[in-house]
Design a protein. Structure first.
Length: 244
């Protein structure tokens, strides 16, 4: 009995020690994350203030800026991006304009007057056909010579637009309104980084979705990711299943 009691005590002590190690690792991880937040807040004290409820940083969250896909040449996470993913997209992609086309060609260019925010998803599936006028015009004017069909504030290309709409259950008759565009961008960002651990993996995932993020510093993108995660990764009732 004494031997059995001794073994039982050893097993309990061993299990307790293992649990203490696991608890210590969790605490160390939490402390490291807290230190990272503090470091980023010291470098960019305005990044974590307020909040729009949109996760990425909602309408009006950043000063418009030209760059990225909307205007070839790219930006760099300029002042005014307000530490959010929407803000960074604004400063490197669509310039905070929900009607942005490649090269801002909706403003006096090849597609002057085109307002994608007033078109339905079905209309945009046709408009963004790679063989269509828009796709071929972008190919001819894109330094890389590649076909691309970026549309709206978040420069969502045609193939991604269709796949995202289907995943979200959006009918083709749904209009590509500012609300629809923001909800789709939130969905894309959330699904890109969900389940990933470590900033390098999250940065790579978002840069594969938005070309403009390749022109943003790691520190600026890290701040925006942490802000996005702290605000629930854009989770909110979408209410977009019915046509607008």
């Amino acid at each position: 009995m004494t031997a059995l009691a001794g073994l039982s005590g050893f097993a309990q002590g061993f299990a307790g020690g293992m649990q203490m190690q696991r608890d210590r690792k969790r605490q160390d991880a939490q402390d490291a994350l807290a230190d990272r937040y503090l470091s980023l807040m010291e470098k960019n004290p305005g990044a974590f203030g307020g909040g729009t409820g949109w996760g990425l940083g909602g309408p009006g969250g950043a000063a418009p800026a030209q760059g990225g896909t909307g205007s070839p040449g790219g930006g760099g996470g300029a002042p005014g991006d307000n530490g959010t993913l929407f803000g960074l997209i604004d400063s490197t992609e669509g310039g905070a304009n929900y009607d942005t086309l490649y090269g801002h060609s909706q403003n006096g260019g090849k597609f002057n007057g085109i307002k994608v925010s007033e078109m339905t998803l079905g209309d945009l599936y046709n408009f963004s056909n790679p063989s269509g006028e828009y796709g071929q015009w972008v190919k001819a004017n894109n330094p890389s010579g590649k076909v691309a069909t970026p549309m709206g504030r978040h420069q969502i290309v045609g193939t991604t637009l269709r796949a995202t709409a289907e995943a979200m259950g959006l009918d083709p008759s749904t209009k590509f309104t500012p609300q629809t565009q923001d909800a789709m961008a939130n969905y894309l960002a959330r699904n890109r980084i969900a389940g990933l651990s470590g900033m390098p993996a999250k940065r790579a995932a978002l840069r594969s979705e938005w070309e403009g993020f390749k022109n943003v510093s790691d520190a600026a993108l890290d701040t925006a990711i942490l802000n996005f995660e702290a605000n629930g990764m854009g989770a909110r009732p979408m209410g977009l299943n019915a046509p607008n």
